[in-house]
Design a binder for this molecule. Structure first.
Ligand code: 5GP
Length: 210
């Protein structure tokens, strides 16, 4: 699949947020969404079973392998990855539609997915959320109480590996205090929108007196 060029003056910003399980990506995204009207969260499809409290269409679209494979074969996914034995994917149509409407879109996806998106959307904004320490990460996942022992140990192991990929991202935000982390992500978005290479077409309008 070719690249999606997304630097039109009217297109929204594609923001990709990754980070280890327990880094607080979900909490950061939730706060961002509450504070901004033109920011949309892409809801992924997954073959993972819902956790207690998770809702269809809010956290994920929970689908079976057959449906997942169909979406994949029909070219309906922008990216997909196998994470901790389950499949996750980003439905393409919604993301492209929101961007074309001028809305910013957040993808909260893993590193494999982020790298795929980067190759298609080179001018997306890639943000890695870090926990303040691995000890804190461990506490957060354990206290969440949503994973079995086996799943927990898989997630810890993956967290160590994921941190090696930070250099693939444009920004890293350490989530020590949630409101500080949200402030930082908001600042990144504002700064990205002021980048000269993004506003070149707007400058043409200004020069042309439009
Ligand atoms: P969880 O099972 O904790 O909800 O998510 C596990 C991992 O899958 C997290 O790192 C999350 O960011 C990632 N993930 C969620 N949705 C997607 C998706 O659509 N694509 C990819 N590549 N990763 C996803």
């Amino acid at each position: 699949m070719g690249k999606y060029i997304n630097n039109s003056k009217d297109n929204g910003l594609l923001i990709v947020i990754s980070g280890p399980s327990g880094a607080g990506k979900g909490t950061v995204c939730k706060s961002l969404l509450e504070e901004s009207n033109n920011l949309k969260l892409s809801i992924s499809v997954t073959t993972r079973k819902p956790r207690i409290g998770e809702k269809e269409g809010i956290n994920y679209y929970f689908i079976d392998h057959k449906k997942f494979n169909k979406m994949l074969n029909d070219g309906d996914l922008l990216e997909y990855a196998k994470v901790y034995d389950n499949y996750y994917g980003t439905p393409k149509e919604k993301v492209l539609k929101e961007l074309s409407l001028g809305n910013d879109v957040i993808l909260e996806i893993d590193i494999q997915g982020a790298l795929k998106v980067k190759s298609k959307f080179p001018d997306g904004v890639f943000i890695f959320i870090m926990p303040p320490s691995m000890e804190e990460l461990k506490n957060r996942i354990t206290n969440r109480g949503t994973e079995t022992e086996n799943e927990l140990s898989k997630r810890f192991k993956a967290s160590y590996e994921e941190i090696n990929y930070i250099s693939k991202y444009n920004y890293v935000v350490i989530n020590d205090k949630i409101h500080e982390a949200v402030k930082k992500v908001k600042s990144i978005i504002i700064a990205e929108k002021c980048r000269v290479d993004r506003i070149n077409s707007k400058l043409e309008d200004i020069k042309g007196g439009k």
